[in-house]
Structure formats: C-alpha cells, structure tokens
Design a protein around this ligand. Structure first.
Ligand code: GLN
Length: 582
C-alpha cells in the first residue's frame, strides 16, 4: 500500500498534521449526537442505571439510541474477571463477555447489544499496537494523543455508523481523576470539538454527601469533582446529583453557581425503591427536554410513540411492590454473599414477580455447608430452587444434594448452565444407576463422565477465550414442557457460556430412565434443555444456557416465568393443605 493510500485509509491527507481522526465509512457527521456520562466523587453511583434511564427516555420518543460502556481496565473483555469482585459476567448475543452494566442497558432499552457497545483500555491499546506493527502510523511516534484518543473516537463513531443511532450514550467507567479513564475523557473532549455545536452533551453524575453527624447535605465534594472535570477542558452541560434524599434547592444553587450550569440543568437523582422508576423521575425534573434542547433534537420526537411507550412502562412500574402473595425461591451458589454476581437472576425473578403479581423472595443457600443430613433444614421452607451457573468443584456435591431434594420432593426446579449439568449428574447417579457419574471438570479421572469437555473445544487450552459463547439456536422438541413454555415455537435462541456439555454416549441411558432432552442444537448432538416428564415432577427443567440474561421487564423469560408459576402453585397447595388440617 502506498503512503497516500495508507493516509486515505486512516482519514488523513498529510502525515504532517497533528489531527489524527480516522473516520469509519458511512459516518454521518451531524446526524448522530452524543451524550457522555461521567462520574465524580466516587464510583458505584449507578452511572449505568442513570445513562440507560436517560437513553430510554429518548428511545421512548422514537429516537434510535446506542449505548457504549468504556471500561478502564486492560483486560480485553470481562470474561476472566472474578464475579466476586466485579459482579456477573454479562454475555452478549455475539459472544462478547462484558460488564454487568450491559445487562442494565439491555433490560431497560429492551435491545440486544454487541461488541460495538463495549470497550476496554485493553481493546483500545491492542488495536493501537496492532496498527503500529502493521505500519499504519507512517513512521510517526505513536502517542496517547492523538493516536490512543483517535482510536477511542473511532470506536465511538464506528458504533454511530453501525447502529445508525440518533444518539450514542457514552458511559465512561470509573471516576473523573482516575488515570485509567484519562484517554477516554480527552477523546470525548476532542470529539465535542470536532463534532461541533449541539452535538455532544456532557453529563456529570455527582454525589451529595449527607453525614449523619451534621444532618445536612454538603456539596463540597461534588464541587471539587466537577472542577476536576473542568480542569480537563470539559464543561458539564448537565449535572445529576445522586443523594440519599432529594437534593435541596440551596445545594443545587451552590453547584449551579460554581459550575455555570443553570439551575434547570442541575437535577436531583436521589435514592429510590426501584430503579425502574428512574426514567419517569428524570422526566419529571425535565432532563429529557434539556438533552433535546442541547442537541437540537426536538424535531425528531415522535409524540405518539412516546405516549404508547410510557403507558406500557407505567403498567409495569405501577405493579412493583403491590403484590399480596409471596413465594420463596432458593438460589444456591458459592458467591451467595455477593448479590452482584447473580444480578441477572435476581432481575429475572423480579420481572416474573411483577407480571404474576407475587413477591419473589430469594433465599441464598451456601452449598458448601449442605450434605444429606442438612439439606431438608435449608430447603423445607422454599417453593422453588435455582442452581445457577458456576465454575470449579467447590460446593458441587451440596448442589447435587439440593437437586436430589428438589426432584424427590417435587419442588419446582430450574437449573442454569452448571445447574443443568448438576441435574444430569444427580439423575445419572440416583435414577439411572451410574453411581460414579460426574463432570470431568470436577474429577478428570471419573469413570462415568456424563458431563465432559466439548469435542470441538478439546484442543484449545488456556483460560481466556475458549468457551462456547453467545446466542445460539435451540431446537425445541414438540409436546414437552419446554415447547409449552415457549408457546409451541420449534426454535428459540438462548445465550451460552460454557466449556463442558452432556457426553452424547450417556444420552440413551438417561432417556431410558425418563429424562427428556427437550432442547438441542439444531444439527450437533449438544443437549441444551432437559426436563422431567409431568408424571415424575410438576416442574423440573434445566438449560445449558443462561436464560437469565435475556429476561426483560416487559418480556420475562419463559423458563423463569414457569418456575415462579409452579412455585406459586406449590405455595397455594400448601396453604390449602394447612387450611384443611385446621
Ligand atoms: N463450569 C461449567 C462449564 O464450563 C458451567 C459453566 C457455567 O455455569 N457458566 O461448562
């Protein structure tokens, strides 16, 4: 490739320029607008929830939105991160392993996202280094500015071009002042300059302290955080104040006066019971209107679409917390102390609870403490059992005990990924007479490895990037529980993240004893859903997939819906029994 061709490829005409701004093909400057959300004072303010709620408000108005989360860490994706430290790994349909915030975006926007909606410093750096080796920088020294920042801008514009969005929502991970996000912030500053007026809005999410000893709201930390942002050349257009209680006008005034942001653009975003009320709260303080004004987007609004979307959403929000009935579902897992590791499962149960008018209480069960003598004590007061995904041998025998309990006592059961594999092992051992059954993940020398490594994965070694990942089609067997749950569909799509699977040579013996494989890969012998027939159990189902990842507030996932319905039936039957006994 000639120098001239290379320059054209990276969007330049001369290698003397200080501007390094590669542009993706099909990019429509001026059509796409950006909302950049940054956090100050501290992390954990719910930037993802805020950003997705604001995005939802614009989406409701008929605008096309595309969110992106930019992570500060150097990992290429979230796949190797410990869920204990970082929360669950959220898998997208294209197999990208991301931060749990992407789950919040998918749920609130009811939109499937892809690798284009997620980046890390690791991804940015690795593209820069790859381009350097390919000679793309034409003899220049490769620098943070303009090359790394150029790569960040490219990523944002690629998303804009690919999604054809009206508004790209950029969530900058971490807090202003972190070394890790400096390049992101600088890139966004440049982006605002290059895109021109009315194209980029900066929202600072900050925190108002309210020390118990003082009993009043203090704005100093918020002021300093925003000042730090201004030192980087970024003037916020909007400031959202997180706080335990509604932020007082006098505090908002102080922030307004120190930042030159008018009062109507300094809004309160105090703690609420349910995150699903946040979109409406932001609407009430006029944030959506201000964003439309700042980005000159009023003429793209579809009022009818907004009225309909709000009506549907209100139906859901109005039902939250109103249920009179209760069920308790046990969730087993070794990270039972850290709820973020199971965020999507909690959400999926919540969606079903709202739709079915029941409070779903979750009882966390640490299976390392469970053995045949203690299992009843842990599970006798629950109406449903979920064994979620997991890796490693710790607690697995306890999980198998829980599944045996569910099967024998006809307690509704849902197995997710590892919970599917454990159900196969339990059934093989206790029903099909394969006493030595196990998974080669837990016992590499086991004699009856009913769960074994995938044939196509056997050759791949190392921990990163060797799992079967992402959305896959599942063929559903007619006249089964699965077929009923999915309204008779012959093919559905679920998301996967696993290395091991059912060894096909054990399928006949498992089937002979009653286990039904009601969901399979359309043309490979990969078992993806199992169940027990109605004469053996009222609701016993498992899947090699992670159905919790695709449950949405207005479209609860059918396997969870089935579990909660079955749990309600069990609770009702028990109440009727007790009434009769009296
Ligand atoms: N450890 C199992 C596997 O790798 C299950 C994975 C999971 O539950 N996500 O197949």
């Amino acid at each position: 490739m000639s120098n001239q061709e290379l320059l054209a490829k990276i969007g330049q005409t001369s290698d003397e320029t200080e501007f390094y701004t590669p542009m993706p093909t099909g990019y429509r400057k001026g059509h796409v607008k950006y909302v950049v959300v940054v956090g100050t004072v501290m992390s954990g303010l719910g930037k993802g929830i805020f950003s997705s709620s604001l995005a939802k408000l614009l989406q409701d108005k008929g605008l096309k939105v595309a969110p992106i989360k930019m992570e500060g860490y150097l990992n290429i994706d979230s796949g190797t991160l410990n869920p204990y430290r970082h929360g669950e790994v959220f898998v997208l349909d294209d197999g990208m392993e991301t931060d749990m915030d992407l789950g919040t975006y998918e749920r609130l926007l009811d939109q499937d996202l892809s690798a284009a909606n997620f980046t890390t410093n690791g991804q940015i750096m690795s593209s820069v280094l790859r381009k350097e080796r390919e000679g793309s920088y034409l003899g220049r020294d490769v620098q943070f500015i303009p090359h790394v920042t150029g790569e960040v801008k490219l990523k944002l514009r690629e998303l804009a071009a690919k999604s054809n969005a009206d508004v790209v929502f950029v969530e900058v991970g971490g807090t202003v002042g972190d070394y890790e996000n400096t390049a992101y912030l600088e890139a966004c500053r440049q982006l605002a300059y290059e895109e021109g007026e009315n194209s980029v809005v900066f929202v600072a999410l900050t925190y108002i302290l309210e020390p118990g000893a003082l009993g009043e709201q203090k704005s100093k930390a918020a002021q300093l955080g925003i000042k730090r942002l201004m030192e980087m050349g970024i003037m916020p257009d909007l400031i959202a104040c997180r706080a335990a209680h509604p932020v007082k006008d006098s505090v908002r005034e102080k922030i307004s006066m120190y930042t030159n942001v008018p009062m109507k653009r300094v809004v309160t975003m105090h703690d609420v019971e349910s995150i699903y009320t946040i979109p409406e709260n932001l609407r009430e303080v006029g944030l959506d209107r201000e964003v439309l004004t700042l980005l000159s987007l009023h003429d793209r609004v579809n009022q009818r679409a907004e009225d309909q979307a709000r009506m549907k959403w209100r139906w859901f929000v109005d039902r939250i917390g109103k249920a009179k009935k209760d069920v308790t579902v046990a969730v087993t897992g070794k990270y039972a102390t850290l709820r973020d590791a199971y965020a999507s499962i909690i959400k999926a149960c919540e969606h079903c609870g709202v739709h079915l008018g029941v409070n779903v209480n979750i009882k966390w069960v640490d299976t390392t403490a469970i053995d045949p003598s203690s299992v009843t004590r842990h599970l006798r007061d629950v109406q449903g059992i979920i064994v979620p995904g997991g890796f490693g041998v710790r607690g697995t025998e306890g999980k198998i005990e829980c599944i045996r309990y569910a099967r024998e006592n006809k307690v509704p059961y849902l197995g997710l990924c590892l919970g599917f594999q454990m159900a196969v092992i339990e059934f093989a051992r206790n029903v099909a007479g394969l006493r030595e059954a196990n998974s080669s993940e837990f016992d590499p020398r086991c004699k009856q490895c009913v769960i074994d490594i995938l044939p196509e994965q056997k050759l791949i070694e190392g921990l990163g990037g060797n799992m079967r990942l992402g959305g896959k089609d599942v063929e559903i067997k007619p006249d089964t529980l699965a077929s009923k749950l999915f309204d008779g569909a012959s093919q559905i799509r679920l998301r996967f993240r696993h290395r091991y699977e059912v060894d096909p040579k054990f399928i006949p013996i498992l089937q002979e004893h009653g286990m039904i494989f009601s969901g399979k890969h359309p043309n490979q012998p990969i078992m993806q859903i199992l169940e027990l027939p109605a004469d053996m159990h009222p609701y016993f189902i498992g899947t090699q997939a992670h159905p919790e990842l695709t449950s949405r507030p207005l479209r609860p996932q059918p396997m969870f819906l089935g579990l909660i319905k079955a749990a309600m039936a069990r609770a009702e039957a028990k109440t009727a029994q007790q009434a009769q006994a009296v």
